[in-house]
Design a protein around this ligand. Structure first.
Ligand code: PLP
Length: 345
C-alpha cells in the first residue's frame, strides 16, 4: 500500500504553511514570535496546532497511539480533507454504500468528484464484491458507515475486512455511533490496514455536538497528509479545553449510553404496539428507523405537535420510514403519547 502514490500531485508537492508554533516547539518564558497581543491570557495565544494534550487524553480512552490521531472541526473536516488530498476533481471518483450519511456526497459535490452509490441489500448489508465492481483505476476512496446512518445497523465485519484487503485505495469507516454498538471498534485493527481511516466524533455519545470535534484514526502516513493540508489552527482553545473536561468525566458518558440503550429498547417495544408502525429495523445506534403507514402524514402530524423526527421517506430503501432519535424518558413518552392519539391507532 503506497499512500504517496494515491495522493493528488499538487498535494504531494505542497510545501505546507509553517506557523510560529511549528518552528519553535517546547517551553519558553517570553514569546515574541507570533505577533500576538501580550494581554488577555489565555485567549491571546494561538492554540497548539496539533492539539497534543487532547490527543493524549483520547489515546488513553480509545487505546490508539496519539501519532495515529487527527482532530478536525467535526467529522466534516476530515471528510472534506480526504477528498482534497486524494481525489483529483473531474478525474477521480469515490464509491459509497447507499443509503448512508449525506455528508460524503455533499463533500464530493463541493470537490467536484464523482460519487458512485452501491445500494445495500434488503437487510441493509453490503457486499465487498459489489462495491469493488463499482470501482475503477480512478477510485480513491470507499465510504462505509457502521453503525450506518440512517439505517442504524452495523455492517458485516467479515465484508469490511475483505474490502480492506482487496481495495487499493482508502477505506473510510465512519464509527460516529460506535459507543452505542455491541460491536467492537475497528481501531484495534489500525496497524493491520494502512489504508483504513476510522472516523469518530464528540457529537453523539459524548454529548458535545456544539464544540465541533471530530476524530480520524489512521496510519501515520495518512495522518501526516491530513496535518499537511488542514488549516494551521483548526481546533480552537475553547474546544480543546472543553474536550479535556468532557474526557475527565468519561464515566458520565458511560452512564448516558447505558441509559439511552435501555430507553431505546423501551421506545422500540412501545412503538411496536402501535398499529401505524409496520416495522422497526434492528439498530446499534441511538436512533431507530421506523416504517409507518404514511410517513409524510405522521411526520407532519408530529411537527404540528412540536415534535421533530427525521423524515427519511424519500431516501433509497427507506420508503415510509422515519428516523427517531432516542431522547430522555420524558421526551420519548411525549412522542409515544402523541402517536397513540393519532387516528390510525
Ligand atoms: C452525526 C454523524 C457524524 C458527526 O459529524 P460531526 O461533524 O462530527 O458532528 C458523523 N458521521 C455520521 C454518520 C453521523 O451520523
Amino acid at each position: 500500500m503506497n499512500i504517496e502514490k494515491l495522493l493528488r500531485e499538487n498535494i504531494r508537492q505542497l510545501q505546507p504553511y509553517s506557523c510560529a508554533r511549528d518552528e519553535f516547539k517546547g517551553e519558553a518564558s517570553v514569546y515574541l514570535d507570533a505577533n500576538e497581543n501580550p494581554y488577555n491570557a489565555p485567549f491571546n495565544r494561538y492554540p497548539d496546532p496539533l492539539q497534543w494534550d487532547v490527543k493524549e487524553s483520547i489515546s488513553m480512552i480509545k487505546g490508539v497511539d496519539s501519532q495515529h490521531i487527527f482532530l478536525g472541526n467535526g467529522s466534516d473536516e476530515p471528510i472534506d480533507l480526504l477528498y482534497r488530498a486524494f481525489c483529483e476533481p473531474r478525474v477521480d471518483n469515490v464509491v459509497a454504500i447507499e443509503p448512508t450519511y449525506g455528508m460524503y456526497k455533499v463533500s464530493a459535490g463541493i470537490n467536484d468528484v464523482e460519487y458512485r452509490k452501491v445500494l445495500l441489500d434488503e437487510n441493509f448489508q453490503f457486499s465487498a464484491d459489489k462495491l469493488l465492481a463499482a470501482t475503477n483505476l480512478y477510485t480513491k476512496i470507499i465510504w462505509l458507515c457502521s453503525p450506518n446512518n440512517p439505517t442504524g445497523n452495523s455492517l458485516n465485519q467479515v465484508e469490511i475486512i475483505k474490502l480492506l484487503n482487496s481495495f487499493d485505495g482508502i477505506v473510510v469507516l465512519d464509527e460516529a455511533y460506535i459507543d452505542f454498538s455491541s460491536q467492537k471498534s475497528f481501531t484495534e485493527k489500525l496497524t493491520e490496514f494502512p489504508n483504513l481511516v476510522i472516523l469518530q466524533t464528540f457529537s453523539k455519545a459524548w454529548g458535545s455536538a456544539a464544540i465541533r470535534l471530530g476524530m480520524a484514526f489512521a496510519s501515520t502516513e495518512i495522518i501526516a497528509v491530513l496535518n499537511k493540508i488542514k488549516y494551521p489552527y483548526n481546533i480552537n482553545i475553547l474546544t480543546q479545553q472543553q474536550a479535556l473536561l468532557a474526557m475527565k468525566n468519561a464515566s458520565q458518558v458511560k452512564k448516558w449510553v447505558d441509559e439511552l440503550l435501555k430507553e431505546r429498547e423501551e421506545l422500540m417495544s412501545k412503538l411496536l404496539q402501535l398499529k401505524l408502525v409496520q416495522h422497526i429495523y434492528p439498530t446499534d445506534a441511538n436512533f431507530v428507523l421506523v416504517k409507518v403507514a404514511d410517513a409524510n402524514a405522521v411526520y407532519k402530524y408530529l411537527v404540528e405537535k412540536s415534535i421533530i423526527v427525521r423524515n427519511r421517506n424519500s431516501v433509497a430503501l427507506c420508503n415510509g420510514c422515519l428516523r427517531i432519535t432516542v431522547g430522555t424518558p420524558q421526551e420519548n413518552s411525549i412522542l409515544l403519547d402523541e402517536l397513540m392519539s393519532l387516528k390510525y391507532n
